[in-house]
Design a protein around this ligand. Structure first.
Ligand SMILES: Cc1cc2nc3c(=O)[nH]c(=O)nc-3n(C[C@H](O)[C@H](O)[C@H](O)COP(=O)(O)OP(=O)(O)OC[C@H]3O[C@@H](n4cnc5c(N)ncnc54)[C@H](O)[C@@H]3O)c2cc1C
Length: 411
């Protein structure tokens, strides 16, 4: 084997500045030796991270190298996560139908758990179809292969309170689609609908299921002293927080049109039904869907209360404020306070201590206002405002007043 002979003297001379300028080692750090990676110049990198002309560091956290910063070390390349592949099931061997509550067109956590249970029953061969009167956002990621829009053929608003009519339409859809199983959430509306459908179809209903496997459903009975097991039948309802949500790759949620033949609508037994909204100021914290909470970064508590009222939110607080007697103990959010199930949580001047974050783990959207960019609450938040809460609150009130218009109605 032959290899070129090395000339150590020539190599050393190449590392010195040109003759005539004095023989000293070359300090040009950009020179690549042996075709390797460029040498770093820490001093130049530090200078590049300062605002030109001012001796303060540049607060640009984008990690992108500026041309004036010189050849700084290569910014770490953003690792592009591959887009999740959507699972497409062309011809499912059978269908498992899910009838969600989906109040306001949104799948609740309980609805997602029912979809998770349906996926267990469907296995690899079966398809999960979501049967709802309106398009539900995020049904594919929640595990639905098919989406069946169940419109009211009489043209009525499907959100009207007409439980008998809805049960008739669901029963007709079941007769049309011939699913192997149909699952409902065991909630006030879902449980009522399931029982009405069971009566219409003259089918047994296995209610309050707490454990789901491919070949068996189980529920507690006799005050939880015994467990009842059965092979999955046509109709079942699922207890809340018993089965995990679907966590696999997103499914297709392909819309399939059906037009169900329902019997002519009889005179409704319920003449009027009005939803009376609960007063957010007095609703228990654990049941509130929108909570705005203050921490020790909030000093203007009167303005905070105005913001809570303008947002129609339920007030919450960190333990520091409750310990100081500035907010009632019932408003404490966290491990030793109340664990929230809110859709949206606004945290004003709260650092996000682990005990506090335990209380907001189940919240879908978190908005944080904090002066500290590195606060744990900012990291948890989907939307963060790095600003003084005392300045943000009046600005928010002004915006809400503009949106409300002259009548003062909430936007
Ligand atoms: C056993 C145990 C149980 C606990 N249980 C709970 C619990 O259930 N709930 C709970 O909340 N805590 C609980 N704690 C306390 C918890 O550890 C924290 O001490 C507490 O949550 C901190 O509250 P804070 O975020 O309001 O205050 P701090 O930690 O003082 O944070 C204040 C935050 O406000 C920011 N800030 C300051 N000024 C401003 C401004 N002008 N504008 C905007 N932001 C500003 C700061 O940057 C900081 O992030 C528990 C502790 C223990 C030991």
């Amino acid at each position: 084997m032959t290899r070129p002979r090395r000339d150590p003297r020539a190599e050393r001379a190449a590392l010195l500045v040109a003759p005539g300028e004095g023989t000293r080692p070359r300090l040009d750090r950009t020179v690549r030796r042996d075709g390797g990676r460029p040498r770093r110049d820490p001093r130049r990198e530090r200078d590049g991270q300062r605002v030109p002309g001012v001796l303060r560091p540049r607060y640009d956290l984008s990690q992108v190298a500026r041309p004036e910063a010189g050849p700084v070390h290569e910014a770490p390349r953003a690792v592009q996560a591959p887009a999740p592949t959507v699972v497409v099931l062309d011809a499912p061997a059978f269908l498992v139908l899910v009838v969600p509550d989906a109040a306001g067109g949104r799948l609740s956590p309980h609805d997602r758990q029912v979809l998770g249970a349906a996926r267990v029953l469907a296995g690899r061969e079966g398809g999960v179809a979501l049967l709802a009167p309106w398009t539900c956002e995020g049904s594919g990621p929640a595990g639905a292969d098919r989406l069946v829009r169940l419109d009211d053929p009489d043209g009525g608003d499907s959100r009207d309170y007409d439980p008998a009519g809805r049960a008739a339409r669901v029963a007709a859809a079941i007769a049309d689609l011939r699913p192997r199983h149909v699952l409902f959430p065991e909630s006030p509306d879902g449980g009522d609908l399931a029982r009405r459908v069971a009566v219409r179809l003259r089918q047994p209903l296995f209610s309050d299921v707490e454990s789901v496997a491919a070949g068996a459903l189980a529920r507690p009975a006799r005050g939880r002293r015994v467990e009842q097991r059965t092979a999955p039948g046509l109709l079942a309802t699922l207890a809340p927080d018993a089965v995990a949500e679907y966590a696999g790759p997103p499914r297709e949620a392909r819309e399939i049109p059906i037009r169900v033949e329902t019997p002519a609508r009889a005179a409704p037994a319920i003449l009027s039904a009005t939803t009376i909204p609960a007063d957010p100021a007095t609703v228990p914290l654990g049941l509130a869907s929108f909570v705005a909470a203050a921490g020790s970064g909030v000093t203007e508590l009167a303005t905070f209360r105005e913001v809570v009222a303008a947002l129609h939110a339920t007030p919450g607080a960190s333990r520091v404020l409750c310990d100081a007697g500035l907010m009632p103990r019932s408003s404490q959010v966290g491990a030793s306070g109340t664990v929230l199930a809110a859709t949206c949580y606004v945290a004003l001047g709260i650092s996000g201590a682990p005990q506090h974050l335990q209380g907001v783990a189940g919240c879908e959207h978190v908005v944080a206002v904090n002066t500290d960019l590195h606060a744990a609450m900012i990291e948890r938040a989907g939307l963060a405002i790095v600003q003084d809460a005392q300045a943000v609150m009046p600005a928010l009130l002004r915006l809400l007043a503009q949106d409300a218009g002259p009548t003062g109605d909430a936007p």
